[in-house]
Design a protein around this ligand. Structure first.
Ligand code: UD1
Length: 418
């Protein structure tokens, strides 16, 4: 696995373009299964998670052509409805492909998904929802086998507004008989992007972006071209990295309202933020003020930003309190930050961070995607050289991270590890 080497202490300045959203690309690539023709998608980031999805689509029988940020998926001749175990284990969001296979073929076979180890991450809400749609679920030799003759529209009240479960219900019910109504649905922008893409194909989905989503089954979908939304978590990550170095920069191709809670917290830290239609400018103070954050489902503060934000706060002037409400195992990066001199204690869901004057560079290990990004943030503002190992995790979700940071004046490069 390669490592990142970072020479810290460089103030980030300049302009950077945000890539397409990972978390919107994955369900939208799955949605292409529902169209028996060709779906052309743009702004798909070139990262490991989209490559794995692409490999599974090919395995199922899709023809996939990949350009730079473009992907063309021809799903006419899908001949397999089973997601291979090794690929399923590499990424949790492969479970989304089940909803799409069920929607189109009324059958899907898969094992329990993998992904970053940030908590238990069960799929009970997905499976319960499938059952409500009339899908029969059995377990055979470690595989979950889902089958039915017809998907029947149903009322589904989610116990928790799960992003993945909401996406899976939408995908499974696009061709259902009648109407499916999801209450307590997730309201994330990625859900809106999926619904917009499917509606462009001819689906009938109303209410995406609110907590009640209604899907009226249709008979067929058509070929389309669709451009995926910008990655709001990459945007938030870059802003925190810039702020951690006391920098001043502009982000392009971003939707500021998607990260309002992050922008508000950065303002509370003393950053000047100017939002325009597709751009955000940030100017950080020399020393950040501490703030408290609590992760919540959208439109609350995103759990995916918790680690990077906390890392930025390790050199703020005072004490910050973080509460992680979504995933129970999302503080695994904190012991690594401590090795760089951060003062942070964890108590259950809470982390208390007392700002120090400077972190010092050392060797630290990525624990998961966003935890890895938190260590890069720390390395950028630390004194001396930081080596971040196990960066495969980071490469799953950030496109050209080191190139983007280099263009802002950071010194960061990849080194081949053992
Ligand atoms: C998605 C995002 C991930 C983000 C998360 C929360 C993708 C590919 N990933 O993940 O980056 O951190 O939303 O914003 O879009 N839960 C259950 N049972 C279920 C499903 C979920 O208990 O069947 C729990 C999870 O364990 C977790 C919470 O619900 O505690 C949120 O999970 P969910 O919203 O489903 O997240 P993902 O879709 O996995």
């Amino acid at each position: 696995m390669p490592n990142y080497i970072i020479e810290g202490g460089k103030r980030l300045e300049g302009e950077v373009v945000v890539s397409g959203s990972k978390n919107a690309s994955l369900p939208i690539m799955a949605a292409a299964i529902l169209n028996a023709g060709t779906t052309k998608l743009y702004n798909i980031p070139k990262i490991r998670d989209t490559r794995i999805t692409q490999d599974i689509l090919k395995f199922l029988g899709c023809k996939v052509k990949r350009g730079n940020d473009k992907i063309e998926i021809q799903a006419k001749n899908i001949h397999r409805k089973e997601i291979p175990e090794d690929l399923m284990h590499q990424m949790r969001s492969t479970v989304i492909l089940a909803g799409a296979l069920l929607g189109r073929f009324k059958e899907a076979k898969f094992s329990y998904p993998g992904g970053c180890d940030i908590g238990a991450r069960p799929i009970d809400l997905h499976l319960e929802s499938f059952k409500k749609l009339g899908i029969n679920i059995t377990e055979e030799g470690g595989f979950i086998v889902c089958k039915c003759d017809k998907i029947m529209g149903a009322k589904i009240d989610l116990d928790f507004p799960s992003v993945g479960a909401t996406e899976n219900i939408i995908l499974a019910s696009v061709y259902a008989e009648g109407v499916t109504k999801i209450t307590n649905a997730a309201m994330e922008p990625e859900i809106v992007d999926l619904a917009d893409c499917l509606n462009k194909m001819g689906a009938k989905i109303e209410g995406a972006g609110t907590n009640v989503i209604q899907i009226t089954g249709v008979k067929r979908l058509k070929d389309i071209s669709y451009t995926v939304m910008p990655d709001r978590i990459e945007a938030g990550t870059l802003l925190c990295m810039i702020a951690a170095t006391g920098g001043k920069a502009k982000l392009k191709q971003v939707v500021p309202e998607h990260i309002s809670p992050v922008l508000n917290k950065l303002r509370e830290c003393g950053c000047k933020i100017v939002e325009s239609k597709n751009e955000i400018e940030i100017e950080a103070p020399k020393k950040l003020k501490p703030v408290d954050i609590k992760t919540m489902p959208y439109p609350g503060f995103p759990t995916d930003m918790q680690s990077v934000f906390a890392s930025m706060l390790t050199t703020a002037k005072g004490t910050s309190m973080i509460i992680e409400n979504i995933f129970e195992n999302r503080y695994r990066y904190i012991p690594e930050l401590r090795r760089m001199g951060a003062k942070a204690v964890i108590e259950g869901k809470t982390a208390v961070i007392t700002g120090v004057r400077k972190l010092s560079g050392t060797t630290v290990k990525s624990t998961d995607l966003r935890g890895g990004a938190a260590l890069v943030t720390a390395g950028l503002c630390a004194k001396g050289k930081t080596k971040v190992t196990d960066i495969e995790y980071i490469l799953r979700g950030y496109e050209k991270l080191e190139e983007k940071l280099t263009s802002l004046g950071a010194i960061i490069y990849k080194e081949e590890g053992e």
